[in-house]
Design a protein around this ligand. Structure first.
Ligand code: PGA
Length: 251
């Protein structure tokens, strides 16, 4: 039985005061939730205040990005160690907005995954196809390459510290969600890929979460699917009421 994982990606929203308030509300409303992992990912300047706010609550704090070097002259970048020093346990890597707005390629993403693991940060590796790739029937080709490349050099034992998020790009922020069956099909494809790479045992334990317009009114259906182990939520994670409803999904 895989432990469900629900992440909130705040993207470039909320200032420090707003982030602190939302974190306080989430601590309060999730007190009784013990059977799933919950992660929130504020923007860099909010990480420390949010980490302090959720300390002791069991909520995890993740970053939305990182760089793979330990330190150096890399203006504007942050390292895994810096993120840990402000309370992060997780890091989103290869989010589609990083891939498509900031042109991050699989080889860079692979280096980030390796550096995060090396430092003891848990990567949430995002994969997913563009609309034209889906329409051209290339979903599996694209996802296979992103998974293969993203996990290159990762040892089987390290997979327990990774979550894969399948986020079809056409469903992010658009209000269009993949149907539970479509999403589950790709999740099952990813699980097979991981089984080929690492064996069935490892792939059965891997959490594969879905992202792309997850909302209170569609989360229950998604979470009934066999291969959907959680959600990565953007817009609906910015409000404690909607995010709480997602965290407390019912199947
Ligand atoms: P969305 O974003 O829920 O607003 O579609 C999801 C994501 O980008 O992780």
């Amino acid at each position: 039985m895989r432990r469900p994982f629900i992440g909130g990606n705040w993207k470039m929203f909320l200032d420090a005061a707003e982030g602190k308030r939302l974190a306080e509300e989430l601590v309060d409303v999730t007190k009784d939730v013990k059977d799933r992992d919950i992660m929130i990912c504020p923007a860099f300047p909010l990480l420390q205040v949010v980490s302090r706010t959720v300390k002791g609550s069991g909520l995890f704090v993740g970053s939305q990005n990182m760089y793979y070097e330990n330190e150096g002259a890399f203006t504007g970048e942050v390292s895994a160690r810096m993120l840990q020093s402000v309370g992060c346990s997780h890091v989103i890597i290869g989010h589609s907005e990083r891939r498509h707005i900031f042109h991050e390629k699989n080889d860079l993403i692979q280096k980030k995954v390796a550096a995060a693991l090396q430092a003891g940060l848990k990567p949430v590796l995002c994969v997913g196809e563009l609309l034209d790739e889906r329409e051209a029937g290339k979903t599996e080709t694209v996802v296979r390459e992103q998974v293969d490349e993203g996990l290159k050099g990762v040892a089987a034992k390290e997979l327990e510290n990774i979550v894969i998020a399948y986020e079809p790009v056409w469903a992010i922020g658009t209000g269009k969600t993949a149907t539970p069956e479509d999403a589950d099909g790709v999740h099952s494809f990813i699980r097979t890929l991981v089984a080929d790479l690492y064996g069935a045992h490892v792939s059965e334990a891997l959490r594969i979460i879905y992202g792309g317009s997850v909302k209170p009114d569609n989360v229950d259906g998604l979470m009934t699917m066999e291969n959907i182990d959680g959600a990565l939520v953007g817009g609906a994670s910015l409000n404690s009421e909607s995010f709480t409803r997602i965290i407390k999904y019912q199947t």
